[in-house]
Design a protein around this ligand. Structure first.
Ligand SMILES: [Zn+2]
Ligand SMILES: [Zn+2]
Length: 184
C-alpha cells in the first residue's frame, strides 16, 4: 500500500510515479457483482500532487490492462486502461467541510483523507473501478451467443438459425409454418 503523508508534500507539489503490482491490487479490488474481471499487468500511475490550503489536488494518469468478460459472448478479452484522473481530497476531521453534494460537482471527484495521510493505492483502485464499463463488450458489434444453442455467433451462424424462439410469438407456438425447415 502506497501512502503519502501530507506534511511530506512540498509547497510546489510533488510528482509521484506509482507502481502497484497486480498481485497486491487484486486483493484490494473488490469483486464487482455483475462483472468478471482481473488485472493482467501492474498498475502504473503518474500523479502530480499539490496542496491548496487543506485540500489536496491529485491529477495524473493511471495505466494498466484488465481482463474483462464480455457481457454478450462471455469471452474474456483484454481491456487496456489509460485513464486520466483528477481528485480533490479534504481532511476528514475538518468540521467546516462543505456538504458532500457540494463537493461532487460535475466531473470533479472529491474524497477525504484521514489522519494526515493519503492512501494513493486507494485512489488508484477507485479510478480503476470507475473506468470498468458496466456492460463490457469484447467488440461493440459483438453478436453474442445464440439464445437457443449457446453457440458463439461471432464464429459463424449456428444450425438453429431461423428457429430462434421469440417470446413475442408465444401464442403462435405450435402453428405449422411451411417455410424455413431446411435452414437459411
Ligand atoms: Zn463478445
Ligand atoms: Zn443456435
Amino acid at each position: 500500500m502506497t501512502k503519502l503523508k501530507i506534511e511530506d508534500i512540498p509547497e510546489e507539489g510533488i510528482q509521484i510515479q506509482l507502481l502497484e503490482e497486480e498481485a497486491h491490487l487484486k486483493e484490494m479490488l473488490p469483486q464487482l457483482p455483475h462483472i468478471n474481471f482481473s488485472l493482467d499487468k501492474a498498475v502504473r500511475g503518474h500523479l502530480m500532487i499539490n496542496k491548496s490550503a487543506k485540500a489536496i489536488l491529485i491529477r495524473g494518469r493511471i495505466e494498466t490492462e484488465l481482463i474483462l468478460r464480455c457481457s454478450r459472448c462471455l469471452e474474456d478479452f483484454r481491456f487496456p486502461l489509460d485513464s486520466s484522473c483528477e481528485v480533490t481530497l479534504f481532511p476528514f476531521e475538518d468540521e467546516t467541510l462543505p456538504q458532500e453534494e457540494e463537493l461532487n460537482t460535475e466531473d470533479l471527484r472529491s474524497s477525504y483523507y484521514y489522519e494526515g495521510e493519503i492512501d494513493l493505492s486507494a485512489i488508484v483502485r477507485e479510478q480503476i473501478l470507475l473506468d470498468i464499463p458496466y456492460k463490457p463488450l469484447c467488440n461493440p458489434s459483438c453478436k453474442g451467443l445464440c439464445p437457443t444453442c449457446g453457440e458463439d455467433l461471432n464464429r459463424g451462424s449456428c444450425s438453429c438459425k431461423g428457429e430462434v424462439f421469440d417470446e413475442r410469438f408465444a401464442p403462435l407456438k405450435g402453428v405449422k409454418i411451411g417455410r424455413g425447415q431446411k435452414g437459411n
